[in-house]
Design a protein around this ligand. Structure first.
Ligand code: C5P
Length: 219
């Protein structure tokens, strides 16, 4: 694949966790580091794409200054930011670990410890990628699936349910895969193809993913 193989394409990538506020000092979050998404952003930019990286909180930074980084905190903010750009993108890659639920109400003041029990009511967050899938016109959409059981079935189910073109499965059962690690082990599915890859650094995995996307676009 030539160096500037994504020249002329606009790629939007979601990355990292989302934080859902409970009160002014607390939130519900997860251990996503954002590394996979940031590696994808750097690699897509190297290949000549215009890259829009929509990132949840975290310590990752981009080295390539031409990547447009938009920092958000909650799932709702991430959704809104994605749809500022959605019509203009060619490829959307959702690597963010979006919180599935958020507190129904954000307490205005710090919640005091009084009683033995505290109940926080949670409501479902928007599914950003499903919303992208529902509104898809020309965009090539890539999702991620992190599964602990019935992995392939669940991944293929998400491909259909979210109207995606491609899904990247990372299994938590594989040592060194997923979340906080610098390495990942993936299997890619489209409606017609599938391919399993070895355990590699996330930078190398990003190359495999974008090679696969490019091959699909050429079909
Ligand atoms: O349904 P599940 O969370 O397993 O789907 C994972 C895929 O959907 C990932 O690509 C993730 O970024 C995306 N997603 C999203 N918004 C959510 C939940 C998941 O974009 N609220």
């Amino acid at each position: 694949i030539p160096l500037k193989s994504l020249e002329g394409k606009t790629v939007l990538i979601t990355a990292g966790p989302t934080y859902e506020a409970i009160d002014p000092v607390r939130f519900i979050g997860n251990h996503s580091s954002g590394k996979m998404g940031y590696s994808l952003a750097e690699e897509a930019s190297k290949r000549g794409a215009k890259v829009i990286l929509i990132s949840g909180p975290g310590s990752q930074t981009v080295h390539d200054k031409s990547i447009a980084v938009h920092k958000v905190t909650s799932a709702k903010e991430m959704l809104a930011k994605v749809f500022e750009f959605y019509d203009r993108i060619d490829i959307g890659i959702a690597s963010a670990a979006v919180a599935d639920y958020a507190p129904k109400e954000i307490a205005k003041e710090k919640i005091k410890k009084n009683d033995e029990h505290l109940t926080i009511e949670l409501v479902k967050n928007p599914d950003i990628l499903k919303t992208m899938g529902d509104k898809k016109t020309h965009q090539f959409l890539v999702g991620f699936a992190l599964e602990t059981q019935n992995e392939e079935e669940n991944a293929k189910g998400k491909l259909e349910k979210k109207n995606l073109d491609m899904i990247v499965l990372n299994s938590l059962r594989d040592e060194g895969a997923g979340f906080k690690n610098d390495t990942n082990k993936i299997k890619i599915f489209t409606r017609t193809d599938e391919k399993e890859f070895d355990l590699k650094s996330k930078d190398e995995v990003a190359k495999d993913i974008l090679d696969f996307v490019e091959a699909q676009l050429l079909k």
